[in-house]
Design a protein around this ligand. Structure first.
Ligand code: NAP
Length: 244
């Protein structure tokens, strides 16, 4: 029986590319996001290529929305979700003094609270079955200080620590938990950045932004059995930006 993978934020960018790759590797992929039109288009593309996919609409903002998505994914997976990729995220940048409380809470709700309660809902079932893989999508700016990126970077720094904590909590039961830390990547979400994305990427050895597909390949590796001895790792897919 094929494995079931739930990929949040897969109506766009890195999440969509991950869904497409996992589908070509024989997984039943559950595509999720708020935008049903984009989601159904991703599902249609996967099915047209011979893959198995379903869309679940979810606006991830609290524990209830995360638990609801997990419940729908479990139903579609016949009672099991084998792979969870937490890719949904927002990345507002700006001065600390300009941040509103609502803005602060919104970023933490999607980037930290939703993955937290998705893992709470799905990891125990994986542990009971003795197998599972969770991949969190973080960012290079969780690793170093950057002006105007503190709020966003801090949410992903929390996710880095949670990745290691969950590896400790669920790893002994056969559930691997890892993270991919992308650098500047061309997606719908960064389209508005234009040349600023190139400037951000210029400092790394690759000297260019990555593609969603390049980052998704790293996620797919960690999600797969090829990474069977990898627990609690944060794999940079950033053109070498944090290495230099
Ligand atoms: P993107 O193209 O903007 O896609 C973001 C995804 O998140 C979309 O599928 C969106 O779906 C979903 N989403 C947004 N708000 C949501 C909500 N409230 N509930 C549920 N889903 C929601 O972003 P991306 O560039 O692929 O980024 C993906 C991940 O990589 C993020 O976690 C980001 O922080 C991280 N990352 C990106 C870069 C980069 O340069 N692109 C670099 C480092 C890290 P809907 O619009 O359909 O809701």
């Amino acid at each position: 029986m094929s494995k079931t993978a739930l990929i949040t934020g897969s109506t766009s960018g890195i999440g969509r590319a991950t869904a497409e790759i996992l589908a070509t590797r024989g997984m039943h992929v559950i595509v999720s996001g708020r935008d049903a039109t984009r989601g159904e288009a991703v599902v249609a593309g996967i099915r047209a290529a011979g893959g198995q996919s379903d869309f679940v609409r979810a606006d991830l903002r609290d524990a209830a929305s995360a638990t609801g998505l997990a419940t729908d994914a479990l139903r579609l997976g016949g009672g099991a979700v084998d792979v969870l990729v937490n890719s949904a995220g927002i990345f507002p940048f700006g001065p600390t003094a300009d941040t509103t409380e609502d803005g602060f809470d919104t970023v933490y709700a999607l980037n930290v609270k939703a993955p937290y309660f998705l893992v709470a809902a799905l990891a125990p079932g994986m542990a009971e079955r003795g197998a599972g893989s969770i991949v969190n999508v973080t960012t290079m700016v969780a690793e170093f200080g950057a002006a105007g990126m503190g709020l966003y970077g801090s949410t992903k720094a929390a996710l880095v620590l949670l990745t290691k904590s969950w590896a400790a909590e669920f790893g002994p039961a056969g559930v691997r938990v890892n993270a991919v830390s992308p650098g500047p990547t061309r997606t719908e979400g960064t389209a508005a950045m234009g040349e600023a994305l190139d400037q951000l990427a210029a400092a790394g050895p690759a000297g260019r932004p990555g593609t969603a597909h390049e980052v998704a390949e790293a996620i797919a590796f960690l999600a797969s059995d090829a990474a069977s001895f990898v627990h609690g790792a944060v794999l940079p897919a950033d053109g070498g930006r944090i290495a230099v």
